[in-house]
Design a protein around this ligand. Structure first.
Ligand SMILES: C[S@@+](CC[C@H](N)C(=O)[O-])C[C@H]1O[C@@H](n2cnc3c(N)ncnc32)[C@H](O)[C@@H]1O
Length: 620
């Protein structure tokens, strides 16, 4: 289902009565249905900018691309649940719409801040893939250069918003209902970002803008006399959500008097109301053992009524001071807390999350050089990932840069023995010649993949060492099976040839098109590439378990433990069809050319599949 079709479907579920016989929306009926809710006034609150209308065309234009597997660049390709996707994130987000709809718990992005030096990827809604192929040199072999977005450009902010809007719009579809999106940004575009997000997510879904002290030392070069030391992390939720919060400090609880109710901490019992406001909360409190009376301040009174306080005294929950001028406090027992979480401050603790400098050092330590500017510190992203996701959740970063998010997810999984999964998307943005001493680093995605590989290698080494050490002891290790792999995919042209409507109408070019479409599957396409394209089109995740089986002497792919069978053989036989049907999958996909124009075999295949309960039998 295309993106506009999916939107129409949602509208149809809500207002079936506004659809005409031909399946189109009857605008007047929709207005009538909504009645008073339609704003007919000419002036409305909202945000507009040049190019906004094209954003919707960009969103609705379906992708004609695919994601090609790159097994040789991956680790544990067949088993890992982690993904690295190389490509323009707009196309990638479109391609993920079906398979990952409503499945992502947390999105973190750190987009270009639009500083005047940033490269802003030029979206062209009608031929976005073509733009990408030109950019990566897959079309003319050289790679077309695109300029950075300069502040002097008349559409400086608009260009940035045109880049962000469709991406955020599409990413929202991927989020779970309780999903959260975290966006790093600075003062330059924070207002525009929040306006865009208010429109896409709704103002009520704004959670907060965390403040991160990114700069450790004061910037004495700043002309304004102010060193801007902070950035924001703007957070929105899809519908209902809250951050995890912070674990309380259990060290504050102890049990000096061996209370049978366990560790406790003392808490102030003053209230918030004056005597005039709450007279029942103003009284003198008497220590039953000493008879000393303690009064409360006139401005606050006590927190509890006299009756509630008497009960607490009876329960031995009140601690009376030794001195007459002291103030009674209450015992709060750790075991009686309804939650051990407390709220998380919107001012991030710099000692915990680190500064930009820490991120720079981390990348340098891993890759041996300063090859990537301003990566985020792992400690910062670890805190955010912990707040926004839990065990087994998927965390997506579609402006991955050096893949700090992958590093943070691996580290957090290791510390907490969890299995969060990451999806990184990164453009193969070229690295200037001479910028790196590593000749393998041609693009930022090369850097990013290598970082993940080195982090994994490092963790594996450490795990092995731990295991060797543990074997020497009596107890062994309790190391859980952490996912230390990642699967690489690259944005590419579809393996299925499309009839090009925009080519010349000359006889020569039409003959060429016809030849190309004799077999509509690209000649160079590998079986694995076709398989993954079909998985994406059928709505399966790219990390779905796939195994190869031999049936009637041919090979068949069993997807998701036999839910779907994909057969890419070019010569199908009746035995093979029967063999697949016997496995009783829900769905089967075969190549149309596999029937080799044998219509009888095809008709039989349809009947056989039906008789064995196959719900969907498709040929492509
Ligand atoms: C600020 S960096 C992210 C840094 C990252 N958080 C880290 O810690 O390394 C933004 C990244 O987004 C990438 N980018 C820009 N436009 C993109 C696009 N259209 N698709 C995918 N990536 C893109 C840039 O190449 C850049 O590496």
């Amino acid at each position: 289902m295309s993106i506009p079709e999916a939107q129409q479907q949602r509208l149809k579920e809500l207002f079936p009565e506004v659809f005409t016989e031909g399946g189109k929306v009857d605008w007047d009926r929709l207005r009538l249905t909504l009645g008073e809710q339609v704003d007919v006034g000419k002036e409305r609150f909202g945000m507009n900018w040049p190019g906004k209308a094209d954003c919707f065309k960009t969103i609705q234009q379906p992708s004609i691309a695919t994601l090609a597997p790159a097994r040789e660049e991956s680790i544990d390709f067949d088993t890992t649940q982690n993904l690295f996707i190389e490509g323009d994130n707009l196309e990638v987000l479109k391609l993920l719409q079906k398979s990952y709809l409503g499945k992502i718990k947390m999105i973190y992005i750190d987009p270009p801040y639009n500083t005047g030096n940033d490269f802003i990827y030029p979206d062209n809604y009608s031929e976005n893939l073509q733009t990408y192929l030109e950019y990566t040199g897959q079309v003319d072999g050289e790679g077309r250069k695109f300029n950075t977005n300069a502040e002097t450009d008349g559409r400086f902010h608009s260009k940035w918003m045109n880049m962000m809007y469709p991406r955020l719009f599409l990413s929202k579809n991927l989020m779970k209902e309780d999903g959260l999106v975290f966006i790093s940004i600075n003062d330059g575009e924070v207002n525009n970002l929040r306006m865009i997000c208010n429109e896409i997510f709704g103002e009520e879904c704004f959670v907060t803008a965390l403040i991160w002290k990114s700069r450790q030392n004061v910037d004495s070069r700043a002309q304004s006399g102010v060193s801007i030391d902070h950035e924001y992390i703007v957070i929105y939720c899809k519908s209902i959500s809250r951050l995890k919060g912070k674990e309380i400090d259990k060290n504050k609880y102890s049990n000096p008097d061996n209370d049978t109710r366990g560790p406790w901490m003392s808490n102030n019992m003053l209230g918030l109301a004056t005597r005039a406001q709450r007279p029942n909360l103003h009284y003198d409190l008497t220590d039953p053992e000493t008879g000393i009376m303690y009064s409360c301040p006139e401005s606050s009174g006590w927190r509890y009524s006299k009756e509630a306080m008497d009960q607490k005294i009876k329960d031995k929950r009140i601690i009376f001071p030794k001195k007459i001028d002291g103030r009674p406090r209450e015992k709060i027992f750790l075991n009686e807390l309804s939650s051990t979480q407390t709220n998380f401050s919107s001012l991030l603790d710099e000692d915990l999350v680190g500064h930009t400098l820490n991120g720079t050092r981390e990348v340098r330590d891993i890759l041996g050089e300063n090859i990537f500017s301003f990566p985020k510190p792992v400690s910062l992203l670890k805190v955010l990932v912990e707040q926004g996701s839990a065990e087994d959740d998927i965390v997506l970063d579609f402006f991955a840069g050096s893949s700090t998010i992958a590093h943070a997810v691996i580290k957090l999984n290791l510390e907490n023995q969890q299995r969060r999964r990451f999806i990184c998307v990164q453009l193969p943005e070229p690295i200037e010649t001479g910028q790196s001493s590593n000749k393998d680093f041609k693009t930022i995605s090369d850097v990013s993949k290598e970082r993940i590989r080195r982090v994994i290698a490092h963790v594996r080494k450490e795990q092995n060492e731990k295991q060797t050490e543990a074997k020497k002891t009596l107890f062994g290790t309790d190391l859980k099976d952490i996912d230390l792999g990642f699967k690489v995919f690259k944005l590419n042209q579809s393996n299925f040839n499309l009839w090009k409507t925009d080519t010349e109408k000359s006889a020569e070019s039409i003959i060429k098109q016809l030849e190309l479409n004799i077999s509509h599957i690209s000649r160079d396409a590998s079986q694995e590439a076709i398989l993954f394209e079909l998985l994406l089109k059928s709505g399966f995740e790219l990390t779905t378990l796939v195994s190869k089986e031999a049936i009637a002497g041919k090979s068949v792919f069993s997807v998701a433990e036999g839910e779907l069978f994909v057969c890419l053989e070019k010569e199908l036989t009746l035995e093979l069809i029967k063999g697949i049907a016997e496995k009783r999958p829900s769905r089967v996909i075969c190549l149309d050319q596999g029937f080799q124009n044998n219509d009888q075999l095809k008709t039989n295949a349809v009947q056989i599949m039906k008789s064995k309960g196959v719900i969907k039998f498709q040929t492509v």
